[in-house]
Design a protein around this ligand. Sequence first.
Ligand code: URA
Length: 234
Amino acid sequence: MRINKYIAQAGVASRRKADELIAAGNVKVNGAVLREPGYNVEDGDVVEVNGRRIEAEEKKVYILLNKPLGYVTTVSDDKERLTVMDLVQDVDARIFPVGRLDYNTSGMLIMTNDGDFAYKLTHPKHELTKTYRARVAGVLSTEKVWKLRNGVDIGGFVTSKARVDVVKGLPKSTIVDITIHEGKNRQVRKMFKAVGNNVQELERIAIGDIRLGRLAEGHYRKLTREEVEYLKNC
Ligand code: URA
């Protein structure tokens, strides 16, 4: 973040006044008087104004990204794969993904710089539902739908009740919407595998009552104030 914005966000002075403070030599970064008005403050920098250390309170940002396939849901990847951070480079805040989607799953991902919000949203006790649209191999019989709705064993864990609606039968596969309450690793894939229908495509289409809608893949939008309030109160 540019130094004048940083000073403004710390509540010390307006951006213009911050520029004056810098020009007057009243701003130090890491112990040295700052001579560069366009300096970008980096993580770990110690900024002082008139001899007093300041810290900027970053404005809270909440966005909804439509994650494409082939991106990892992390801030950095040791295998040098594309990450969701590559899709939000123009967001002027240190946001991170809330929860995760598999590399091969597309759809709705919330990102924020609000740690408390992220913690709450991912805490198991909040049980915010997640809805996925899956294309699974073969025919999904009524008996299998019933099993998925009532709980299946995905390896030492029996899933709780889920909503399952068959959307469409295709010649060799079935499109199905599933809403789950937990967020176990690869849960949806494991649930369908448990009834013998492997997932071929998976997209998250809703978190709680918030739907992905028509947001194009790789694009993001800001969550509305109402959506943020809704998620905070879940
Ligand atoms: N369930 C899965 O199997 N994968 C995801 O990415 C999300 C839910």
